[in-house]
Design a protein around this ligand. Sequence first.
Ligand SMILES: CC(C)(COP(=O)(O)OP(=O)(O)OC[C@H]1O[C@@H](n2cnc3c(N)ncnc32)[C@H](O)[C@@H]1OP(=O)(O)O)[C@@H](O)C(=O)NCCC(=O)NCCS
Length: 206
Amino acid sequence: MSKMFTNENIIIRKGLPEDAPDFANLALLSEPPLFPAIFGSGVRGVMQNLFRHRRNLFSFEHSYFIEVDGRKAGVIIGYDWKAQRRGEWRTGLLLVKYMKLKFFTKIPSLLKAMSVVGRGEDNEYYVSSLAVYPEFRGSKLGTNLLLRAEEEAKRCGAEKSALDVEADNQGAIKLYNRLGYSMVGKPMRAKINRKNFAFFRMYKKL
Ligand SMILES: CC(C)(COP(=O)(O)OP(=O)(O)OC[C@H]1O[C@@H](n2cnc3c(N)ncnc32)[C@H](O)[C@@H]1OP(=O)(O)O)[C@@H](O)C(=O)NCCC(=O)NCCS
C-alpha cells in the first residue's frame, strides 16, 4: 500500500464544512455500527448536518483530514474537555432540529450509548472518531492523524488523551498500544437497537 504514494504528497489540514460527506462516510466505517444504531436510518444526513455547524461534538471545527495526492484518505475528530462541555447542549439541540420527532424515540439508545462511550473528564482530550478509507490503510495515516490530534490536545492544556475502542477491534487496539495508549478496566457493554456493543476506554498521558 505504501508504494502507492510518497510522504511528500501527504498533508494534514483542518476540516471544512464541505468535507461533510467524507466525514459521514468515514465515521460510518466503524464496526460494529454504533452511529446507525443510535440515530437510525437517516444517520448519514444527520451527521453531515451536524458536521457543517460550529460548536457541537460532530463539528468540522474538531476535525483534521489527511490527504494523499489531493485525495481525502482519513479523518480524526477530537476535542478537549472545555469544548465537550460547551458542545453537549448544542449537539442535543441540533439533533432535535435535524431528527425532529424521531429524536425523542431515539433517546433510550442515545442514553445507552452515552453510558459506554464519550464520558470526558476534566483535563482530558477525547478522540471521538478516527477512520481511514480501506484503500489507504496500513501506511501510517491513522498514526499521523492521532499524533496531530495529540499536538492539539497539548496545546489545549490537556493532561491526557482518551478514546473508546470496540473491544473486538484488534487492529485499532494494536495501533493505540503502539502509540502509548493503555486500557483501563473492563469493557463497558450496552445493547442498543438489538445489537451488543462493548468498548474499552484507553488513555495516554500527554
Ligand atoms: C484503525 C485505522 C484508523 C488505522 O488506520 P491506518 O492508517 O491503517 O493506521 P496505521 O497505518 O497508522 O497503523 C496501522 C495499524 O492499524 C491496524 N490496522 C487496522 N486495520 C488495518 C488495515 N485494514 N490495514 C492495515 N492496518 C490495519 C494494524 O494493526 C496496524 O498496526 P501496526 O502498524 O502496528 O502493524 C483504520 O484501520 C480504520 O479506519 N479502521 C476502521 C475504523 C476504525 O476501526 N476506527 C477506530 C475506531 S476506535
